[in-house]
Design a protein around this ligand. Structure first.
Ligand code: CP
Length: 302
């Protein structure tokens, strides 16, 4: 396939190939000389219509480690503010001989729309509440690194599932890899379709923690909430917030993950986020190798 638009389009074999390739790139970027010439003479534009810290820097580093030429575009400060359309913006960037586009956009389906109109490879770096495929891949990589093969493992995704592209991509990815998936949150933060996609649903966070091998905790996404949701942040942290004591009282070790950015004191206390259970910064480290693998494998198709 020419693009990476979502995990939904991938087979289990595709995912295994990406994760195996990422393992090799992780070895490469831990050497004193981190750079390989794989994408020399390939030009990549990182086109971000929505804010990002991790994803944008991680893609840029992945591209530079592969020796690609890189240009960065942020909608704020661009001619999008003068009314230029998405398609005109991207076509103007492509006119400068760009081969691949990494795009983040607040509208679900924006990269799918672009893929029908442009020739360059597109990598979805998050489209609204829909998918964030490279996040799910780096999450799977990080889980595998910590607990081995994910087949039969139990992963609880806890928090604001309704507004989360990370949740949907993780659910697709984990199911394809044979893991059992539970979502946990208040009913107001679970999408209506959730009971139709083969995941367990739980409203008690203690039960979710007791059940799982891995807890992937998501941010409450206030910026996507159109109305004032129940629960409030205070109520959310009271009923669904996770602290270190809750992790230590379990009769087994579980792995704690979060895609970032964290609302400290809301979905996680600092003592949990910074505890030895947490692999949050490993996720960020692994993101570079996983994105190198995705870009390298897509470039091979050309
Ligand atoms: N996890 C993630 O997508 O973070 P950013 O929004 O900072 O890229």
């Amino acid at each position: 396939t020419k693009h990476l638009l979502g995990i939904k389009d991938l087979t289990a074999n595709d995912i295994h190939l990406i994760l195996e390739t990422a393992k090799e790139f992780k070895d490469v970027i831990n050497r004193p000389i981190k750079k390989v010439p794989s994408l020399r003479d390939v030009t990549i534009a990182n086109v971000f219509f929505e804010n990002s810290t991790r994803t944008r820097l991680s893609f840029e580093l992945a591209e530079k480690r592969l020796s690609a030429d890189v240009v960065n575009f942020s909608a704020s400060g661009s001619s999008v503010k003068k009314g230029e359309t998405l398609l005109d913006t991207v076509n103007n960037i492509l006119a400068m001989k760009v081969d691949m586009v990494v795009m983040r956009h607040s509208s679900p389906g924006a990269p799918h729309y672009l893929s029908k109109h442009i020739k360059a490879n597109i990598v979805n770096a998050g489209d609204g509440t829909h998918e964030h495929p490279t996040q799910a891949l780096l999450d799977a990589f990080s889980m595998q690194e910590k607990i081995g093969d994910l087949a039969g493992k139990k992963v609880a995704i806890i928090g604001d599932i309704l507004h989360s592209r990370v949740a949907l991509s993780n659910i697709f990815c984990l199911q394809k890899l044979g893991a059992e998936v539970m979502v946990c949150g208040p009913n107001t933060l679970l999408p209506k379709y959730i009971r139709e996609i083969g995941v367990k649903v739980e409203h008690n966070v203690q039960n979710a923690l007791r059940w799982c091998d891995v807890a992937n905790v998501l941010r409450i996404q206030l910026e996507r909430q159109q109305i004032k949701y129940f629960p409030s942040l205070r109520e959310y942290s009271l009923y669904f917030g996770i602290n270190k004591k809750m992790l230590e009282e379990l009769d087994k070790e579980i792995v704690l993950m979060h895609p970032g950015p964290i609302n400290r004191g809301v979905e996680l206390t600092s003592d949990a986020a910074d505890s030895s259970h947490s692999i949050i910064l490993d996720q960020v480290e692994n993101g570079v190798a996983v994105r190198m693998a995705v870009l390298y494998l897509l470039a091979q198709q050309n």
